[in-house]
Design a protein around this ligand. Structure first.
Ligand SMILES: [Zn+2]
Length: 429
């Protein structure tokens, strides 16, 4: 592998600093919220396309709706892809090197009901941070990817292998639709990096994930003002929560052999929400007839996710059969987004990982930490289903999926420098 001195890489990125900052602010100010059933990412994709145009780079927008009829098993059935386009840039290499894919998602989760100190769309820059929804997850990563592509183009550097930039739709909510469209379309590479927020650490693995609503419909609320027995699922779900707590305890004892070895709780089981009636002031004093426990399960890359889910369903049935209330009113198993996401892992001695580790060390001036992601993402799809070894490396920040999200702007530039160093080494090696 050839390597470029950090000072030379800095020289290539520095002139782009202010335009990358403006791009990131504009992206944050542009709504690209996805909800469970769909999303409208087009305005933000056009911001990116305009940025590339100003830099003399052609960026192609293409439809993703074709995946609905593709027959690909992991396409979500409950989502619409009509009008949702991916954006792609290709820097053609000389053909004498390995290719690299820079993937990132443009969609964000909704702003939520929590209180934001500034507008989620402020894009405000203060004390080194850019604030707003999607700043950290992951418009900053897209900006870093864009910086790296522009640096190559401006300097007229032709790498050996091709460099692909893609901004995909539908990553949040475990969609994967944008990434699936990109791969089914045929865009492939010898390696991939996704600059999700990683605090400038390298993540060589991601977890699988699955969200399921455990729903109990019970009783007849009209019984409340009568002499009949009042049946409600509200108290029995305490026992259901106990079942989930037992499961969490059992799972927490699992020892990982993978990149998750050092995680205190490598496979968290979380309750995301419990609902049985509402506490809103305008809801009368009534008996609930439905109760829901939303459970978020995560899985190690080496686990057989489908077998575990099947076994959990059987265990839940056994639990219900042994409980007089749930024997009568069984717990329904309703997956929130459909099937699970699967994790992935890049081997600790893989050449792409070595390349990223060396590049990060050169730019950051210290040994880069290599660990594993505390979340699932599109990396599992890219690596597991399409055979492209995928690493995560991205900026520092906080508040992803929460109010007051921000990203440290200097770390966005550092990310771009590390990615450029890695790309020059990988694609010319
Ligand atoms: Zn993300």
């Amino acid at each position: 592998m050839t390597s470029t001195a950090p000072a030379d890489v800095q020289k290539l990125i520095r002139p782009l600093k202010s335009s990358i900052k403006r791009l990131l602010q504009e992206l944050v100010r542009t709504n690209s919220v996805a909800i469970l059933s769909g999303g409208d990412e087009m305005a933000a994709q056009r911001v990116l396309q305009g940025f590339f145009r100003d830099q003399g780079i052609r960026a192609e927008l293409y439809d993703t709706a074709f995946i609905t009829d593709s027959g690909f098993a992991q396409v979500r059935k409950n989502k619409s892809y009509v009008g949702r386009k991916n954006l792609s840039v290709r820097l053609q290499g000389s053909g004498r090197g390995k290719s690299l894919l820079l993937n990132g998602h443009i969609d964000t989760v909704p702003a939520g009901k929590g209180a934001w100190s500034r507008s989620p769309w402020s894009g405000q820059f203060s004390q080194g941070r850019i604030h707003g929804l999607g700043s950290f997850d992951m418009k900053a990563g897209l900006a870093a990817n864009a910086a790296m592509v522009c640096a190559l183009k401006r300097a007229g550097i032709k790498t050996g292998g091709d460099i692909f930039f893609e901004s995909v739709v539908d990553e949040e909510w475990g969609g994967g639709g944008g990434t699936i469209a990109a791969r089914l379309r045929g865009d492939t590479a010898d390696a991939c990096v996704i600059p999700e927020g990683t605090q400038l650490e390298i993540y060589r693995a991601t977890r699988g994930g699955f969200v399921v609503d455990l729903v109990v419909d019970a009783g007849d609320p009209s019984g409340y003002f009568s002499t009949a027995e009042v049946v409600s699922p509200a108290m029995p779900i305490g026992r259901l929560l106990g079942w989930v707590a037992e499961l969490a305890k059992k799972r927490s004892k699992l020892k990982s052999k993978s990149a998750y070895k050092k995680f205190a709780d490598p496979v968290p089981v979380q309750v995301l929400a419990v609902e049985s009636n509402r506490l809103d002031a305008d809801v009368p004093l009534s008996v609930p007839s439905r109760a829901t426990v939303r459970v978020y399960l995560q899985f190690l890359p080496e686990e057989d996710v489908d077998a575990i889910i099947a076994s959990l369903r059987r265990q839940l049935e056994t639990f219900c059969a042994s409980d007089p209330f749930f024997a009568k009113y069984p717990v329904q198993w309703l997956p929130l987004i459909g099937g699970p996401l699967y994790g992935h892992e890049v081997a600790s001695d893989h050449p792409w990982l070595q390349c990223m580790e060396q590049s990060a060390e050169r730019v950051l001036g210290k040994t880069a930490i290599t660990t594993a992601a505390p979340y699932p993402c599109d990396a599992g799809l890219i690596h597991r289903d399409f055979g492209i070894p995928t690493l995560l490396f991205g900026p520092c920040g906080a508040g992803a999926h929460n109010p007051d999200e921000y990203v440290e702007f200097d770390s966005v530039i550092k990310t771009a420098e590390v990615l450029l160093t890695a790309a020059l080494s990988w694609a010319n090696g």
